[in-house]
Ligand binder design. Structure first.
Ligand SMILES: [Zn+2]
Length: 232
């Protein structure tokens, strides 16, 4: 199995709370990750950057992380965008030259089959996650906004400012369950990594009946129960 090292370049954050409140002074920022194969140094040939929609603050943080790794943006060869929303596409702060990245394509010969993408629509029709194994053997899922952050996940909330349809909300719950069922660690679109634990799944199961339209996708609970049975 090929494994990957990874680092959070831009820590994700979000202004809105699941309950409808806004957090004063919070920045809306995508989570951006850099990853490269274990046993190799990061280089233009093997390094992938995800959702680099960098704010000035996020760019500063990214520069610090990259300098600890001994690389620059110019030495990152590939980019993976989870979905084409404005807050996830490639953006560098004003005045900073945007490097020319190649699009990550898992079927390119240089990648092993151990790194792949998976389609998790709902939040957006084109949403894909990046799935790989970390150096500690965890199955990692860079989930984009299929999961916004741990608080939104635990609250069974979708990004309400986007006014999703019933079908999109149901699709979101199916994607959430599929991600939780197949990952050890989830890197959400706007937050810190989430460990998939027995306690987390139990909480998700107890909260699911109150999720909007949960009566129309009861299979979601079964997917979570199956995952719980694997973990206990
Ligand atoms: Zn987003």
């Amino acid at each position: 199995m090929s494994r990957f090292n990874y680092a959070i370049l831009q820590p994700g954050s979000i202004k809105a709370k699941p309950n409808g409140r806004l957090i004063p002074f919070a920045e809306h920022r995508s989570t951006s990750v850099v990853l490269w194969p274990e046993g190799h140094s990061p280089s233009i040939e093997n390094t992938i950057l995800t959702d680099p929609c960098l704010t000035a603050e996020g760019y500063q943080h990214s520069m610090e992380v990259l300098s600890e790794l001994g690389v620059t943006f110019a030495e990152i060869g590939y980019v993976f965008i989870t979905h084409q929303h404005n807050d996830h596409i490639i953006r560098f702060p004003k005045g900073i030259l945007k490097p020319a990245f190649r699009r990550f394509n898992p079927s390119d010969d240089i990648w092993s089959s151990e790194i792949r993408t998976s389609f998790y629509p709902g939040h957006s029709a084109d949403l894909k996650s990046l799935i790989f194994h970390s150096s500690s053997g965890d199955t990692m899922c860079i989930a984009g906004d299929a999961i916004l952050n741990e608080e939104w996940l635990r609250a069974w909330q979708y990004f309400w400012p986007n006014r999703y349809s019933q079908a999109e909300i149901i699709q979101t719950w199916k994607s959430v369950a599929a991600i939780v069922a197949s990952s050890d660690v989830i890197i959400p679109g706007h937050g810190a990594p989430i460990s998939v634990s027995v306690a987390l799944i139990k909480e998700l199961l107890s909260g699911f009946p109150a999720a909007q339209h949960s009566d129309r996708c009861e299979e979601v609970a079964q997917v979570l129960k199956n995952r719980l049975a694997e973990l206990v």
